[in-house]
Design a protein around this ligand. Structure first.
Ligand SMILES: Nc1ncnc2c1ncn2[C@@H]1O[C@H](COP(=O)(O)OP(=O)(O)O)[C@@H](O)[C@H]1O
Ligand SMILES: [Mg+2]
Length: 391
């Protein structure tokens, strides 16, 4: 499996001495895997190389199928997918590691693909596929995975985990919200005063509904730059029906996934009306839904956010970004993470490299104000790399 591209940062000196960690991330959009090879000096990241590998269509279809709420597949299909995805992740990791022959990688942080996330009774579990033993074996590099379940065990939501990383790289003298527009929109709130807690939650859908709707009607994987959505007109009555969903009114902490926000959800909320709408108008309406739920979630916060940092693939959706900007209170600064030196497509992959480093160093991460966990936890399980054969 060949990564689409490996981009090496030309400003990274080969003789640099910081430790290298590789983060692998595939989110709810199911667009593929993002990888970032990161050098850390103390805790500050410097990206050495990045790559994105799209999922082969058949693998993507199997992953999409399994994340559907009422999936009826077999245990064999599940376990084979766990293994097949691990091969994709391992091969991708191997290619990036091989692109830097003079440096050794301390560990890989592999998020895996979430196929089930139910952080409440009666299930209280979350599961990410992509067998880490296979990654550790094929690369020879110690692999950290299963980052979420320690948080769940401590009574947390297991998500989001990235706010701890955001606080390292995006903190500023202004109260800041980091908005990651992935399949789901995740928001991190970084207060200025250390007395105020960092918050992190999912405001609702971002790309997932946009991707699914355009795929249904235009056979396109996503709405490039939001052009199709921008060609439609928002349907106010449908928008109201969507906004009435209880999730948008649920207090924090909260997290959600594509097992909830999907086309079945859309059909259920809109009923017969869905058939009467022009498809482009519904795309405009879904874009507006994300813009409203993101901005309203920020307005409900206990502090005034004056700076918003956008990242994730949705940061390329010009129409969505313009709508978010127009709904923000006057005086709020909106910037892309690239302006702060971090490519919006790799923030999450860099975060999992950072989380792997934390695990290797046995450092607990305090997510109490974010996930609701009862205590700070060391996150992730270690799968040792097996570089040498037995004697
Ligand atoms: N040029 C673009 N215009 C509009 N949307 C885009 C563009 N590039 C990427 N995206 C969106 O970003 C998504 C991928 O974002 P990503 O941050 O990887 O999400 P996830 O973490 O859920 O995988 C794609 O599915 C697509 O919807
Ligand atoms: Mg992605």
């Amino acid at each position: 499996m060949t990564p689409q591209r490996i981009a090496t940062n030309p400003s990274t000196l080969p003789q640099s001495s910081g430790s290298l960690y590789l983060g692998l991330m595939s989110g709810t959009s199911l667009d593929g895997v993002d990888a970032a090879l990161v050098e850390f000096t103390k805790n500050l990241p410097r990206v050495v190389a990045t790559a994105h590998t799209p999922f082969p269509p058949s693998l993507r279809e199997r992953l999409a199928d399994i994340t559907r709420r009422h999936w009826q597949g077999s245990m064999e299909a599940l376990l084979k997918l766990d293994h097949d995805l691990a091969i994709v992740l391992a091969d991708m990791a191997q290619e990036i590691i091989a692109s830097q022959p003079k440096r050794s990688v301390a560990a890989i942080g592999s998020h895996g693909q979430t196929v089930f996330h139910a952080p409440s009774e009666p299930i209280w579990n979350t599961w990410q596929l992509g067998d880490p033993s296979v990654i550790a074996y094929r690369t020879g590099v110690t692999t950290v995975a299963d980052f979420r379940r320690a948080d769940l065990a401590a009574g947390g939501q297991g998500a989001p985990l990235t706010p701890a990383f955001h606080s390292q790289v995006f903190a500023s003298p202004h109260p800041t919200a980091v908005v990651n527009l992935g399949g789901i929109a995740n928001i991190t709130v970084l207060p200025v005063s250390p007395e105020q807690p960092i918050l992190g939650f999912d405001s609702g859908p971002a790309n997932t509904l946009l991707d699914q709707w355009i795929f249904r009607h235009q056979s396109q994987p996503y709405d490039r730059d939001g052009h199709w959505g921008a060609s439609g007109r928002v349907d106010p009555s449908s928008l109201q029906r969507l906004l009435q969903d209880a999730y948008f009114h649920t207090p924090l902490p909260k997290s959600t996934g594509t097992d909830y926000f999907n086309l079945d959800w859309l059909k259920h909320r809109l009923g017969d009306r869905i058939a009467t709408l022009k498809p482009a108008d519904l795309q405009a309406t879904l874009t507006e839904l994300t813009a409203i739920t993101v901005t309203e979630a920020m307005q409900k916060l206990p502090m005034n956010v004056t700076r918003v940092v956008l990242c994730g693939g949705g940061a390329h959706n010009t129409f969505l970004c313009t709508r978010i900007e127009s709904l923000l209170p006057e005086g709020t600064e909106l910037i892309h993470s690239s302006l702060l030196g971090i490519d919006p497509d790799f923030v999450e992959a860099i975060a999992f490299a950072w989380l792997a480093k934390r695990r290797i160093e046995n450092i607990a991460i305090d997510l109490r104000s974010i996930t609701g966990a009862k205590q700070a936890m060391v996150l992730g399980a270690i799968y040792p790399g097996q570089e040498t054969s037995c004697s």
